[in-house]
Write a protein that binds this ligand. Structure first.
Ligand code: FES
Length: 243
């Protein structure tokens, strides 16, 4: 046998001996660990488990741990502090809620320019008899007609019960000589033309609706009379539209 093969054989034997000895050592280590775990005083002497039952030191997860050592010494003082905190936070929350609601209402209320547009004053002395004037109110046209005596008679003598939107002339005016209404066609919202149509009132060229001298729908597709806005006579010759 050569020198090389003898060395190889010797190395193989030594390795085999070491492998055979390892399980025994490992088993010994395992036993030592088991001994340490079985004796809690040796390994966990500094830990007091809250789940320990009785003097035997047996551990049980159904035991309710005691938290006595964490409780405050003075319970009365503790309650006063709690009440104070609840009261203080309640007060702060109420203040915050009040400010939020107040800011919301201020933001939602109409601004000065919107309020200015809400009402329009019209001087009626400048409108001659038998003439129309159109003013703008809240973005819509308003027709003001200074009616003649003949027009008033014509409006009052119409057999209004037979109209598609029956309404007497007296329900549409506060003073017979002044007819005030929105200039928006009740069909699809066009602006009718004054002093036109088959009934001497207004005519809507969009689809051919005719309104009489009281603004009532008489012919064409318009289903309703021209709308009367809220208005008031502030003085004899002054009207305020929008109230
Ligand atoms: S919108 Fe006036 S008739 Fe249609």
């Amino acid at each position: 046998m050569s020198l090389t093969s003898r060395a190889a054989t010797s190395l193989a034997r030594q390795t085999g001996r070491q492998l055979a000895a390892r399980p025994a050592a490992s088993f010994q280590q395992h036993r030592n660990a088991a001994n340490v775990a079985g004796n809690p005083n040796e390994s966990h002497a500094h830990v007091t488990s809250p789940f320990t039952r009785g003097a035997s030191g047996r551990q049980d997860t159904t035991v309710i741990p005691s938290f006595k050592r964490y409780r405050a010494g003075n319970e009365q003082g503790n309650k006063v502090f709690q009440y104070f905190m609840v009261g203080a936070f309640g007060g702060l929350t109420a203040l915050g809620a009040k400010d939020t609601v107040q800011n919301f209402l201020v933001n939602m209320s109409a601004s000065a320019d919107v309020l200015a547009q809400a009402k329009v004053e019209v001087d009626l002395a400048t409108i001659p008899e038998g003439k129309n004037v159109i003013i703008k109110w809240r973005g819509k046209p308003v027709f003001i007609r200074h009616r003649t005596a003949d027009e008033i008679k014509d409006a009052e003598n119409t057999d209004w019960q037979k109209l598609r939107d029956p309404q007497p002339d007296s329900d549409r005016v506060q003073k017979p000589e002044w007819l005030i209404m929105l200039g928006v066609c009740t069909h699809l919202g066009c602006v009718p033309i004054g002093e036109a149509g088959d009934f001497g009132g207004w005519f809507c060229p969009c689809h051919g609706s005719h309104y009489d001298i009281s603004g009532r729908a008489r012919k064409g597709p318009a289903p309703l009379n021209l709308e009367i806005p809220a208005y008031d006579f502030a003085e004899d010759n002054q009207v305020v539209i929008g109230t």
